[in-house]
Design a protein. Structure first.
Lengths: 430, 427
């Protein structure tokens, strides 16, 4: 590693010096592919960065950087290690710091607030989310596209289910930290998909772990993506102080959202400049749940008693998963389920990119980015699809009509079928 | 890299991990995967395919008449990769052409084809023999036929007027009877703010738009016996159809002139090879930068690629180093004059630092010859289950010798065979 690499890791924009202007990033950018308004990662990243600086404020030569969806594909394609997406994200934050943010962007970033407000009123809130008049109003007043993919509120949060269940919120004194998993459920599981959280807990417990769900809030990623670093830092700080002790004790922090886990692993450091001992301990201890299960399998410790699920399953590896740099562990796990024919979408991005696809002025871009994926999912004829990231699931589902689940949902179902077959052997012949 | 904890996630073990996704790495991976090996391609980023012209530079040193003749000449140069690989070139090139042809990318020419001048985007001439079908018309005898170079208004990366003037002044034996340039407005493009070659290529993928654009260009062509040189933007996914449609719409032979990076012909080549690897159950992962190596004596057990908070362990029986030379960033030059190979830390042979600097910035740089020395099996000193292929090999000056693609393919073929590919093919 050279000094340059080291410096770039501390401050991503330094890496733009290594750009040779080859335009490889432009060829892979899903946003530049569908809209002429976005000049592409090279222009808004390494080119424009030369005119930015700590004293320049938002004097960014080109505000089209705000059209970057943050998928990170450019960074991974760059042959010279330029951290393009990270540089773009910081440039957007500088613009927001200088010029402020819209009410809409603050609102759609604040998932904690939405869940606090929406859960007690779930039937009413869901009626509003389904109601065309209300969505039309939402578009005109707030700028949230009437067809933007929004999930339904759950009537109870995952957190309240965990409390009713009497689940652990702290390490018991007799706990063996290495066999204890801290589950970071994220906002999606908490407010919209608590069943996924219950499946994750069941799978972890089945494989011999004690699960702890300590105090946590939104990882802050929606704020990071919208350039609202100060709010994100506050949320990150509270999460880190809650999670760091577990990490230091040797427990792993596991999430079912590849977006949240990537925030804990990387974005706290790369965007928010949080690189103290707490942040490092948490980053090192954080695992995506499929990453963890494949690791267990490699060590011969995964319960592989999966019952058959005979169906084709289009699987879309989300951009945030790709940024983990761990390949596609869900595909490896699907291979353990007899009869399951998982098909990698081999498409770059679904378009949603967190809150990007909700915005009235971005919705069409997001749809165009995901269109080839939607066509593949529809053409597969499958009854459902799978994807590790929630906003991508909602985007695929709302754009294709094909129910889209987390890989964990499939695996938990397979385990349950195995249990049922044990209890009722006649089921095996069905 | 940040310090990582001991626990590391890994993917299922592969027979071979290929490091690098340029022509050498991808064709080696394809050959191994086609032979039944489980192959994992891990690349730091996309590579030189996206920068180069998409044809095959097999060997075209100054005096050579054909690529085969060029190989023989270069093979006599002490320390040149062809001194070892010459006998692999035939099989390697023909296998490659069959492979990418099966993925929809047909070529013209062979090692026996006479090298002929090919006009570049700036109106220089380079010598070529094996080119994608859409470039082949440039190499056919011109006799009384003229050349009309087409530009597209609003597309800043092709300059037909400039190229035409340069070509008129170039020594082009048996070249076109006349050279003209036309610039054509095609539907919608002038209104666009950002027009790269990949943008135009995607427009040409759309049959409806393509029909209108080709009609506009056809109307602007002069009457008479002309061949048409288009910027290399005739489609990505539906390239063959776009090229055929262009010839039909113009009623003339059409060839593509590769433009500045990004190279659309190179994107097609990358896509074709990647598709072949995936079709043989191989995996290709881009954005996987190797940060450390696990070895036991002379044996490499695993490489680790950088991941978000811990490294990813990739274990395999063998490893192929296809990370490129100094231009591909497989080799780095240090301020003190040292040269390092980035993945395994292999010793690099290359010119002394004093020769790195010259008054002529357009001369090929002596560092292009820097590389790794290997044995007959392409194994570097000290590592028995590693093979080095492509421009990471020492001893070639690929810009002058125009041999980079041939060496890439021949070395990929040799490495694949030495790692057991032919046995599986027979089975």
């Amino acid at each position: 590693m050279t000094f340059h690499d080291a410096a770039a890791r501390e401050f991503p924009p330094y890496s733009t010096d290594a750009c040779v202007k080859c335009n490889v990033c432009t060829t892979v950018c899903p946003v530049a592919r569908v809209t002429d308004a976005f000049p592409g990662p090279k222009y808004v990243g390494p080119q424009a960065e030369r005119f930015r600086g700590p004293d320049v404020g938002d004097a960014s030569p080109d505000r089209t950087v705000d059209l970057c969806s943050g998928c990170g594909i450019c960074t991974r394609a760059c042959p010279h290690g330029v951290l393009i997406a990270e540089t773009n994200n910081r440039a957007r934050a500088a613009i927001v710091a200088d010029r402020g943010s819209s009410f809409r962007n603050r609102l759609i970033s604040d998932t904690d607030l939405m869940i606090r407000a929406g859960t007690p009123l779930a039937p009413l809130a869901n009626f509003g989310l389904q109601n065309r008049m209300a969505r039309w109003m939402g578009e005109k007043v707030l700028g949230v596209h009437r067809r933007g993919p929004l999930a339904k509120f759950s009537r109870t949060t995952f957190g309240s289910w965990w409390r009713r269940r009497g689940g652990l919120t702290a390490l018991p004194s007799d706990a063996e930290p290495s066999k204890t998993i801290v589950y970071f459920h994220g906002c999606a599981v908490n407010g919209f998909e608590p069943d996924l959280g219950r499946d994750a807990v069941a799978i972890l417990e089945r494989n011999g772990f004690t699960v702890v769900v300590p105090r946590q809030e939104c990882c802050g990623l929606p704020f990071i993506s919208n350039g609202l670093y100060e709010t994100a830092r506050r949320k990150a700080g509270r999460n880190l102080s809650s999670l760091a002790a577990f990490a230091r004790a040797g427990s792993r922090i596991v999430g079912t959202s590849t977006s949240c886990t990537h925030a804990l692993k990387a974005e706290y450091r790369e965007m928010l400049d949080l690189s103290d001992a707490d942040a490092t301990a948490v980053a090192d201890a954080t695992w995506d749940i499929c990453e963890l299960l494949v690791d267990l399998h490699d060590r011969g410790q995964l319960d592989v008693g999966f019952a058959p699920i005979v169906e084709p399953l289009p699987y879309h590896p989300p951009c945030q998963l790709k940024s983990h740099g761990i390949g596609t562990p869900a595909m490896d796990l699907f291979g353990l389920v007899p009869g399951l024919r998982a098909i990698d979408s081999d498409h770059d991005c679904c378009g949603a990119a967190g809150t990007y696809g909700l915005k009235v002025e971005r919705w069409q871009i997001a749809q165009d980015v995901g269109a080839p994926l939607f066509a593949k999912v529809r053409a597969s004829g499958a009854a459902r699809a799978a994807c590790d990231s929630e906003t991508c699931r909602w985007q695929i589902e709302s754009s294709t009509g094909v129910p889209t689940v987390h890989p964990i949902t499939i695996l938990a179902e397979s385990y349950r079928r195995a249990d049922a077959a044990r209890e009722e052997p006649w089921r095996r012949i069905v | 890299m940040r310090p990582s904890q001991s626990a590391r996630q890994s993917v299922p073990r592969a027979d071979v991990v290929v490091i690098g996704a340029g022509l050498a790495g991808l064709s080696c991976a394809a050959e191994l995967a086609e032979a039944g090996a489980s192959v994992f391609v891990a690349a730091k980023g996309l590579a030189t395919t996206h920068w180069t012209h998409g044809g095959l530079d097999v060997a075209a040193p100054a005096a050579a008449r054909t690529s085969r003749d060029g190989i023989a000449r270069l093979a006599r140069t002490d320390g040149h990769p062809y001194s070892r690989l010459a006998r692999d070139a035939d099989a390697a090139v023909s296998r490659h052409l069959v492979r990418v042809g099966a993925a929809g990318l047909d070529h013209a020419g062979s090692l026996a084809t006479a090298l002929a001048p090919f006009p570049t985007a700036i109106g220089a001439l380079r010598r070529a023999a094996i080119v994608p079908l859409a470039q082949a018309a440039a190499l056919e005898p011109w006799r009384v036929t003229g050349l009309v170079l087409v530009g597209i208004r609003g597309f800043p990366d092709a300059w037909p007027e400039y190229a035409a003037r340069n070509l008129e002044n170039a020594a082009w034996p048996d070249g076109p009877s006349g050279i003209r340039a036309v610039e054509v407005a095609v539907p919608g493009v002038e209104r666009l703010r950002n027009v790269g070659s990949q943008d135009l290529a995607r427009l040409f993928d759309d049959p409806a738009w393509r029909g209108r654009a080709l009609a506009a260009i056809a109307a602007a062509l002069p009457p008479g016996d002309w061949r048409v040189g288009m910027p290399a933007v005739l489609g990505v996914e539906h390239h063959a159809a776009a090229h055929a449609d262009a010839e039909a719409a113009f009623g003339r032979r059409v060839f593509e002139v590769p433009s500045l990076p990004p190279s659309v012909p190179g994107m097609r080549l990358f896509d074709a090879l990647r598709r072949r690897i995936l079709a043989s159950a191989g995996r290709v992962q881009i954005g996987f930068d190797v940060v450390s190596v696990e070895r036991e004596g002379r044996h490499v057990i695993a490489i680790h690629t950088e991941a978000a908070s811990r490294t990813l362990r990739l274990a395999a029986n063998a490893f192929v180093l296809a990370t490129g030379g100094i231009a591909g960033a497989g080799i780095r030059a240090l301020p003190d004059g040292g040269l390092v190979e980035r993945v395994f830390g292999l010793p690099v042979v290359g010119p002394e630092q004093a020769s790195w600097f010259s008054d002529d910035p357009l001369m090929p740089h002596p560092l292009e010859a820097a590389g790794i020395e290997v044995d007959e099996q392409l194994a570097p000193a000290g590592l028995e289950n590693v093979r080095v292929i492509g421009s990471a090999l020492a001893g070639m000056r690929y810009l002058d010798e125009r041999c980079g693609d041939g060496v890439a393919l021949a070395s990929a073929h040799r490495a694949a065979r030495s790692l057991g590919a032919p046995r599986a093919v027979a089975a």
